[in-house]
Design a protein around this ligand. Structure first.
Ligand code: SF4
Length: 391
């Protein structure tokens, strides 16, 4: 093992325990520049943040985000590149060069052409290039097919809101393909990934785009098909993750969790949003949804969603950090519940409050002022401060 693994570093697991967990076929080790990220049952929940360039003029802005994300104490474990324009030096290369943890990409974002669709040779070349450069995993959309599209069109108000899946569907139409470009080239892609010890994430095209369509036929049929791609990746010795919802109410989560548990794969929900009415505050809704699925033992990676998720704005640096903090809090709440010896930070906070007789301290996930002393009480309850009444 070359790089740091958080669970070993923080004394949650020994190296032998980590190795035993990684020998199971429901865990994945994503290689990073300085940190390898262990995902799956038995490991801490991890956090992923997406950035990306949609206009070449945004490059510097996204580079600033990357560097800030890399330097904060609560840095994400994974960053994904959602760039859709070709740049002189691709953003994903800079991510691999600079980001300490794992890097994920979507090779079709950069090979899709609105007139020509996706060229298969270019797609495989892009996957090879990413693998050789050191990308940790790619997300693909092999379930974007005509059958699921016709079910979704028939039964939903919007058939799909998945960007990656939609361009694969468009490519089916432009190139009059019988088979999805990823389905056709799946074994060739797995071969490239295996030779570079790289993982694949099975993306979702028909995840529900509102809570009323969760668990509908398109959703459930796609989940079955995703499970099939997971099975083939495992059979071919390739580390595999799976993406999922989307939007789903809390009361539907238990049934959904049962289905995902049977697939037995490290699962990365996109959210999920347990309400559609949180526009402008979707980072909060997503943290609530992710913590439910995480505590049920299903979600293993939490995506940091920003308040801009449904506002149409490009997330600012502040909203990227706010989204990351929200996902970190959600992951932490689940981690201290599932791993009691991970709660040392919470114990420190509780003891500092008690020792200094004040609620007001500057410690925790986003600050680290251990040893600092504080004045007793504060202005909120003034002379009725229960900590000062010497009870
Ligand atoms: S005054 Fe109230 S809020 Fe402030 S430290 Fe005392 S109990 Fe806590």
């Amino acid at each position: 093992m070359k790089n740091l693994i958080q669970e070993i570093q923080e004394g949650i697991l020994t190296e032998n325990q980590v190795n035993r967990l990684l020998d199971r076929n429901n865990t994945v080790l994503l290689k990073g520049r300085n940190r390898d990220i262990a995902i799956g049952t038995g490991f801490l929940i991890k956090v992923c943040t997406n950035i990306g360039v949609s206009d070449p003029n945004e490059l510097q802005f996204e580079l600033n985000k990357l560097r800030l994300l890399n330097n904060v104490k609560f840095a994400p474990d994974i960053v994904m590149d959602h760039t859709i324009v070709n740049l002189k030096k691709p953003l994903w290369e800079t991510m691999v060069d600079e980001f300490s943890g794992a890097v994920g990409t979507l090779p079709h974002y950069l090979t899709y052409n609105p007139q020509k669709g996706i060229d298969e040779v270019e797609l495989l070349e892009m996957v090879s290039k990413m693998a050789e450069y050191g990308v940790s995993f790619i997300t693909i959309h092999p379930t974007a097919n005509r059958n699921l599209l016709s079910i979704a069109k028939r039964e939903r108000v919007l058939p799909t809101t998945a960007r990656g899946g939609s361009i694969v569907l468009k490519d089916l139409e432009i190139n009059r393909r019988k088979e999805n470009v990823f389905e056709k080239n799946y074994l060739a892609i797995l071969k490239i990934l295996k030779s570079h010890d790289m993982a694949v994430s099975i993306g979702t095209t028909f995840r529900p785009s509102n809570v009323f369509e969760a668990m509908d036929m398109a959703h459930l049929e796609e989940t079955k098909l995703q499970a099939e791609f997971v099975r083939v990746a495992k059979e071919n010795g390739v580390n595999v993750l799976m993406e999922g919802v989307g939007h789903i109410r809390l009361n539907d989560m238990e049934k959904y969790a049962g289905i995902i548990k049977r697939i037995d794969v490290p699962f990365m929900p996109l959210g999920p949003m347990p309400t559609d009415a949180s526009v402008g505050f979707d980072h909060v809704a997503s943290a609530i949804g992710a913590s439910h699925l995480g505590y049920m033992g299903v979600a293993k990676i939490f995506h940091s969603i920003t308040r801009e998720e449904h506002t149409g704005n490009v997330p600012s640096v502040d909203s990227i950090i706010e989204g990351l903090k929200s996902a970190r809090i959600a992951a932490h709440t689940v981690n201290i519940s599932l791993f009691p010896n991970y709660a040392t930070m919470d114990k420190q906070v509780a003891l500092t409050r008690a020792h200094n007789k004040t609620c007001v301290i500057n410690q925790g996930l986003f600050a680290d002022n251990i040893g600092e002393s504080y004045n007793a009480g504060c202005n909120r309850c003034k002379h009725e401060c229960p900590l000062m009444l010497n009870l």
